[in-house]
Every structure is written in structure tokens, then in C-alpha cells.
Design a protein around this ligand. Structure first.
Ligand code: BYC
Length: 472
């Protein structure tokens, strides 16, 4: 249960005074960052009905209460150790997992942990203005829930950096608070985390698609031979599930409302006239965040990925479902793009590990899109959402530098530019979205016109519960 210590934890922090002091030294800097770069305007005068992780017990790890955001109890929680856990893949398959970082893999592990850690505060920064445009108190609360948990995930990575990487780790922990999303001089490491998220359609697509990259990356890190990394990421995954729930149900509720408005408009596509979000705008935002999140899986052919796998640092999602955990001499058939056309080539499977994870990710996204399309079907609407081809709008990997339409048909750079806004959001779309989100809805139980209410409230509370309270 929650400890009386300054930093709640299940890692016996008080038994390691040096580490405790180091983290208590970092804590005020974190709080300052949270105040400066976290939810703007909701720090001092609001209390939010949030869940706080207080243990890792599957039956009851979360505690719900009203909290002022800067007073949220960010803690360090690792999933329980697995008895006699063995390395599950790569060249050290079958050996006992590591409780310390082997010197030869120190740089690689640090790089993975820093990259993971960097995304967490980045997403909070990206979302910091959204509260002022919220579609309801229920959604406002969900936004802040996601934000505080991304903050906790930063704590999780900082714990690893401080515990296992000495001086370098402490320096990296400082830099995690120093880089800023979208900052020209010190941007966040991965591109999707420098993109602005200033409307709720972006937010829901981000939590659907980009948080799902969080899921696939955390699943692969949870296979790691470095046991503390595995245990940390395993517990993070339980929180991540709620973030994707927010994204998937957020879009589902927009679709629900769009269908109602389309019906009202006589099955016309022109729901903007009624203040709703039209299907093409939804599809464009899907295209944008799906393609950005594909990039987050790295290059298709990657010697980094091969070496992470060989060294047992980063596995495949659900590694135990594969038969071959050594993957020494198998190949992955990959579609290259050469001389203006597709060419199939075999790539050593270890070098294709980013693509293997991307395959898993695309499947997980596709299942979500099927669930969304059921809503359209139920309303008798013939439109369908779809994932664009994975070559579309890529900035990382072998398709970067080429241009494709959402069906994967190659285009010249000129044609792509000319047609860009058929497939990706334009300034006018953004302006329209901001116009219907201009007035936040703070009245309990009321929802903006473009989104349907959820089916049920949070933690069995009613939908018109006062999820965020203004303090007098
Ligand atoms: N943007 O060999 P490759 C989450 C660079 S989300 C910019 O494939 P690597 C969350 C790369 O650095 C999950 N640059 O690279 C979600 C390399 O540069 P150098 C976050 C990129 O590193 C929502 C070069 O391209 N977790 O948790 O093996 C809210 C060659 O590429 C990008 C992780 O990412 C990019 N997208 O693979 C909150 C897990 N992609 O060295 C949180 C840890 C590649 O040539 N990270 N580059 O200068 C990794 O596993 C790997 O770093 C990556 C990339 C899979 C991301």
C-alpha cells in the first residue's frame, strides 16, 4: 500500500539511502517541470478525481480520490519478480536474467531507457493546453489521468537511470526535464513527440495510436534480460491500457455523434453545418497519427534492433508465443522500394525486428479500426475508416523520401504535395476543430456537441459526476 515516504514505492527505497537522496533531489525539479510544462491553468485551483497506483496487486493497485495535480503521489512500482526468471531470447537464451547492468550493454540500455523516458514528459507537454477546450468534465479528468500517469512513467525510467547508471544516469535524468516538445534547440528525441496536440481529435488519435506504440515498445522491453527494466515496464503496461481506452472510446464517441448528425442532416456528409466532425476529417487525423506512430518503430532494417535482440535487451511482443527464440538463420521477406517500384527481398530476421514489432502493432491497430467501423455499420452509414498503407507519409525508414498515397501507390513529390490535404489535416481543418472546441464544457454531465457521452463513468461513478472540482 501507499507508503508514508516522500516517494511511494515498492522498491524499498528507504533501504537505499543514496538512491533515496538522489531521487528526493530530483523530485522538486520534477514538480517544477510539472508546474511549468504540465496542464496549464489546472494546477492550483482544481481537484481531480484520479486513480493513483498504490501497489502492484492485480486486484487493487489503484486508489481513487480527489487530488490537486501537483500533489499527485508519483511513485515507483515494479511488477513482482518472477521466480527463477530466465533470458527468453537472443544469444544468452536460457541464462538467468540480470539484476545489474552488464558493462558491455550499458550504453545500449541507457539509450533505450532514455528514449522511452523522453516520450513520457513529452506527451504531457504536448497536451498541456487541452484542458481549456475540453468536451466535458469526464474527458478533462481522463486527460489529467493520462498526464499524471505519463509523469509516473517518467519516474519509472528515472528510477532505472538513477539506480543502475550512476553519474551518467543522473545527468540523463536532468536532461529528461530539459528537452521540450517542439522546441527548436532542444526537441524531444522522437518526432511524433514534437508534434502539437491542440485539439481533442488529435488527442484521441494520439492516445489510440501513439500510446499503442507505447504498448508495443513496453511489451518488447518487458521481455528484457535486465530484470528491473522488465518489471518496471510490465507494471507500466497496466496503466497504458487505460490511455488506449481513452483514445479508442474517445473516437468511438465522436463517430457515434457524427452518425447521429449525419442522420439528422439527411445522411448528408455535411455534418460540419451541424457542428460535428465529418468523416474525412476523422480519417485524415487517423492517417496522420497512424503514420507518425509507424515511424516510432524505427527503421525496417536496423542493425541496432538486431543487436538489441542478440544481446537480450529488447525482445518481440509476446516473445513466449514464438517457437524460435534464437532467430539465428531465419529471414523476413520485406518489400523494398527501388527504381520506382516494389522489390521483395529477404532480410535476416534479427535485422527486421523493428518490422516484426511493427507488424504486431499494425494488427493491434487494425482490430481497433474494426471496432470503430461497427459503430458506422450499426448506424447504417456506408463510410468506413481504414488504416493507410504503411508506406504512406513515412519520415523514418526505407520509405522516407518517397511518396505514396494511402493505398500505397507511388506518387511524385509534386503530386503528393498537391494532394496532401486530401489525406492529411490542413490548416482549415485545424481551424474548424478549434472553432467547435473554443468553449470548454465544465458542467457535470454535459458534453460538447461533437461527441456522445460515454457508456459509463469512471470507477462506477455516474456520468454526471463532478470529475474535476474547482476549489474556492
Ligand atoms: N524519430 O536503427 P533505427 C510511449 C533514428 S511511445 C526520430 O531503427 P533505433 C508513449 C534512430 O535514433 C514508446 N529519429 O533506430 C506513447 C537512429 O539514429 P542514429 C517509446 C528516429 O534506435 C505515448 C536512426 O534513426 N519507447 O511510450 O534502433 C505517450 C536509425 O534507426 C526515429 C521506445 O521508443 C523517430 N521516430 O530504433 C507517452 C522504446 N526512429 O542512432 C509515451 C525505446 C529512429 O542513427 N526505443 N530514429 O543517430 C527504441 O526501441 C528505439 O530507439 C526505436 C528506434 C525503436 C524508437
Amino acid at each position: 500500500m501507499i507508503s508514508a515516504e516522500k516517494i511511494p514505492n515498492n522498491v524499498d527505497l528507504s533501504g537505499n539511502k543514496r538512491l533515496q537522496r538522489a531521487l528526493e533531489h530530483w523530485q522538486p525539479k520534477y514538480i517544477q517541470w510539472w508546474r511549468d510544462m504540465g496542464p496549464q491553468g489546472f494546477q492550483d485551483y482544481h481537484k481531480v478525481y484520479v486513480r493513483t497506483a498504490v501497489s502492484v496487486d492485480p486486484e487493487g493497485w489503484a486508489h481513487f480520490e480527489y487530488v490537486k495535480l501537483p500533489e499527485y503521489r508519483w511513485g515507483i512500482f515494479l511488477a513482482d519478480p518472477v521466480h527463477d526468471r530466465r533470458i527468453g531470447f537472443g544469444d544468452f537464451f536460457g541464462q538467468p536474467v540480470w539484476q545489474e547492468v552488464p558493462g558491455e550493454f550499458r550504453n545500449q540500455l541507457r539509450r533505450l531507457i532514455v528514449t522511452q523516458g523522453d516520450t513520457e514528459p513529452a506527451s504531457v507537454e504536448q497536451q498541456r493546453w487541452l484542458g481549456h477546450r475540453c468536451p466535458s468534465l469526464y474527458d478533462l479528468r481522463n486527460l489529467f489521468q493520462v498526464n499524471v500517469e505519463e509523469g509516473r512513467h517518467l519516474w519509472a525510467m528515472v528510477y532505472l537511470l538513477h539506480s543502475y547508471f550512476g553519474r551518467d544516469g543522473r545527468d540523463e535524468a536532468e536532461e529528461l526535464l530539459d528537452r521540450q516538445s517542439g522546441n527548436r534547440d532542444k526537441p524531444r528525441i522522437l518526432q511524433a513527440f514534437n508534434e502539437p496536440i491542440d485539439n481533442w481529435l488529435d488527442f484521441f488519435m494520439f492516445t489510440m495510436f501513439t500510446d499503442r506504440d507505447g504498448k508495443s515498445q513496453l511489451m518488447s522491453l518487458s521481455e528484457s534480460s535486465l530484470d528491473p527494466l522488465s518489471r518496471t515496464t510490465r507494471f507500466m503496461l497496466t496503466e497504458e491500457a487505460h490511455h488506449m481506452f481513452v483514445g479508442e472510446t474517445g473516437i468511438a464517441r465522436i463517430l457515434e455523434r457524427t452518425c447521429q448528425l449525419m442522420r439528422q442532416a439527411g445522411f448528408s456528409e455535411d455534418v460540419r453545418r451541424l457542428g460535428g466532425i465529418d468523416m474525412p476529417t476523422i480519417q485524415k487525423h487517423l492517417n496522420q497519427w497512424f503514420s507518425l506512430s509507424l515511424d516510432l518503430h524505427g527503421g525496417e532494417v536496423s542493425s541496432n534492433a538486431a543487436s538489441y535482440f542478440a544481446n537480450g535487451l529488447k525482445g518481440r511482443a509476446k516473445e513466449d508465443t514464438f517457437d524460435d527464440h534464437l532467430v539465428r538463420d531465419s529471414y523476413y521477406s520485406m518489400e523494398f522500394f527501388e527504381n520506382g517500384g516494389p522489390v521483395r527481398k529477404d532480410v535476416l530476421m534479427r535485422n527486421a525486428m523493428n518490422e516484426v514489432l511493427r507488424d504486431w502493432y499494425v494488427g493491434d491497430c487494425a482490430a481497433g479500426v474494426v471496432r470503430w467501423n461497427r459503430i458506422l455499420e450499426q448506424h447504417g452509414i456506408s463510410d468506413r475508416l481504414r488504416l493507410p498503407d504503411r508506406k504512406f507519409n513515412r519520415q523514418i525508414g526505407m520509405y522516407a523520401g518517397f511518396h505514396f498515397d494511402p493505398n500505397g501507390v507511388p506518387l511524385s513529390a509534386e503530386e503528393f504535395e498537391r494532394r496532401r490535404h486530401e489525406w492529411l489535416p490542413a490548416e482549415a481543418d485545424r481551424e474548424y476543430l478549434l472553432s467547435i472546441m473554443a468553449a470548454p464544457i465544465y458542467e457535470p454531465g454535459k458534453f460538447a456537441n461533437y461527441i456522445a457521452p460515454p457508456r459509463r463513468g469512471i470507477n462506477q461513478q455516474p456520468i454526471d459526476f463532478e470529475y474535476v472540482r474547482t476549489e474556492q
